[in-house]
Design a binder for this molecule. Structure first.
Ligand code: NAG
Ligand code: NAG
Ligand code: NAG
Ligand code: NAG
Ligand code: NAG
Length: 499
């Protein structure tokens, strides 16, 4: 925008200065008018420029101007961020892409999402991929053999992956506000990614992502870092500064293990801090991710990673099928995916805890809200396969059947029109699981299915202060064998308090 507004007054000026055959007075008056016009135009321009003074002014002294012209982040992009403003940079390798691309297929939208998967070499002739149009196109990374890498337990590929942000930037694509990095086994929930990025001013320097769930990882690698597999977003102005120092910085941090750690080292030299968003999930856990997913924080689900390293997220399915099922539910109501709601049925002293689009737990007693919001420890730490600690609070799943809730998994989601959905969850019993024989547990034990109705959580809802939504159990004596739950916004003074 700025370059074209500067040119217009100059053009006008020329035609004022060189008119054919005119009198001196005319010339004078014309010059005066032109001068005035130019001054007022300049004033307007300067005013406009100052009014957008959140642009860090020192940018304009650098020789990177050709990149600024390509960035609507710095030349008048006031309309809300959408998917077209994101350039994805996916770290892959020719060897793993063959299988990992199935994760990309779950979220990549041909002709909508922009970006590339970056490979270490061209795929071999005999490695033909079916449906290449359904996955990000690939590029081959530049050679990195001249860089230093001294982490004895790591892999040099970290250098190549760290440089993806630079190679993506240097493509010089138009209207990029955010560079979003991820791995070839990262599943992005792109509508929610957009919802989250819309909260931030893309013309400032932002570094947005999340930590590892395993404290041992954060201790070794950093709490100040956005973990690469969970994905992270770098705003255009930060990318401008980062790419300038990146190569030197990669050598300075040659002893760092991962690409994400090297990136954070460089960003810390600029002084920019991580902005943590709880929807990015590195999934640095082992075992069964159930507890983690069924207690999602009140924030849009942005990404899941490491799904090859945990059990399938739905029972009796393969890993890809299971994620595909969650993605299918997500598409019906992106903002609500995995969102937690819980409510009591005081007539029967039951509690219902919903992780929308995934699972329901039914307790034939009344645990406190604090207990219900805490994740079941169905998983272990990433590095040492230990019990604890995690960055989130957890509670053990009891071995005593009468102290465990009944668990239901998503069957399907239906669109009921008027931005309403009904999701259905059916009872799941683990192989060899022993039920509770107590008489007071029996009525709940007979419940085979739970239906949940909810209205869509639209992106605007996420602009408000985060609050878990309320729900109610709809009692209908005719519905034997099932429970009906309605999720809705909370009423004034409503809280989850058994009374
Ligand atoms: C995103 O916004 C830009 C304007 O900044 C617009 O040109 C583009 O069409 C939008 N893309 C989508 C997918 O809405
Ligand atoms: C994407 O765009 C290209 C070129 O416009 C078109 O040929 C192709 O069919 C489109 N693909 C999809 C999946 O829409
Ligand atoms: C492709 O050919 C190479 C040798 O040329 C071989 O090592 C590799 O296993 C082949 N890959 C597949 C998928 O057939
Ligand atoms: C529910 O719990 C309350 C408090 O423990 C108790 O007084 C009441 O009798 C219980 N109701 C049922 C139906 O079990
Ligand atoms: C749940 O929804 C299904 C499909 O609409 C319906 O057949 C069933 O009766 C409902 N069950 C309950 C308990 O509401």
């Amino acid at each position: 925008m700025s370059s074209s507004t500067v040119q217009n007054p100059l053009k006008a000026w020329k035609s004022f200065v060189f008119p054919t055959a005119i009198k001196f007075a005319d010339v004078f008056s014309v010059l005066l008018k032109a001068g005035l016009a130019f001054c007022s135009f300049s004033l307007v321009f300067v005013f406009f420029y100052l009014s957008r003074s959140y642009h860090p002014p020192h940018y304009h002294h650098k020789s990177l101007s050709r990149y600024f012209l390509q960035s609507d982040g710095l030349t008048g992009g006031d309309n809300p961020t959408n998917i077209s403003h994101i350039l994805f940079g996916i770290g892959g390798s020719a060897q793993t892409w063959h299988t990992r691309r199935h994760y990309s297929k779950l979220w990549w939208q041909p002709n909508v999402t922009r970006g590339f998967v970056w490979l270490d070499r061209n795929p071999l002739q005999n490695e033909t991929w079916t449906e290449p149009e359904k996955t990000p196109p690939y590029k081959v990374s530049e050679d990195t053999s001249s860089f230093k890498y001294t982490c004895w337990y790591g892999s040099r590929s970290a250098i190549r992956i760290a440089r993806i942000v630079k190679e993506s930037f240097e493509l010089g694509l138009n209207n990029v506000r955010w560079f979003v990095m991820g791995d070839d086994d990262t599943v992005f929930f792109t509508e929610n990614l957009v919802t989250v990025l819309q909260k931030y001013d893309h013309s400032q320097m932002y570094y947005i992502g999340g930590n590892s769930e395993s404290v041992e990882q954060d201790v070794i690698h950093s709490y100040g870092m956005a973990y690469g597999g969970g994905g992270f977003a770098i705003s255009y102005p930060l990318a401008v500064e980062l790419v300038k120092i990146l190569d030197g910085c990669i050598n300075r941090y040659s002893h760092y293990y991962g690409s994400d750690q090297k990136i954070q080292g460089c960003i810390s030299e600029i002084g920019v801090q991580i902005t943590k968003e709880p929807g990015f999930h590195q999934v640095d856990i082992r075992g069964n991710p159930y507890g983690l997913l069924a207690a999602h924080p009140v924030a849009p689900l942005v990404s899941l990673h490491h799904l090859d390293y945990v059990e399938p997220i739905f029972p009796n399915m393969d890993r890809i099928e299971a994620v595909a099922k969650l993605v299918e539910a997500y598409k019906m109501d992106p903002g609500r995916a995995l969102q937690h709601s819980f409510c009591y049925d005081l007539r029967r002293n039951w509690s219902v805890s919903v992780a929308w689009g995934y699972s329901v737990q039914l307790y034939p007693w009344l645990p406190t809200a604090k207990v219900l919001e805490t994740a079941f420890r169905t998983f272990m730490t990433w590095r040492s396969w230990g019990e604890e600690p995690f960055l989130l609070n957890t509670r053990p799943m009891s071995n005593e059947p009468c102290e465990r809730p009944l668990v239901y998994f998503l069957n399907r989601v239906e669109n009921m029109g008027e931005e309403q959905t009904r999701s259905m969850y059916t009872r799941h019993v683990e192989d060899g699981e022993k039920g509770c024989d107590r008489v007071d547990y029996a009525p709940a034990g007979a419940i085979q299915l739970v239906n949940v109705t909810a209205s869509q959580l639209l992106p605007d809802w996420w602009k408000k202060a985060p609050r878990r939504q309320c729900c109610e159990v709809i009692n209908d004596d005719n519905e034997l064998g099932g429970v009906q739950v309605k999720i809705r916004g909370c009423y004034l003074f409503e809280s989850v308090t058994p009374s």
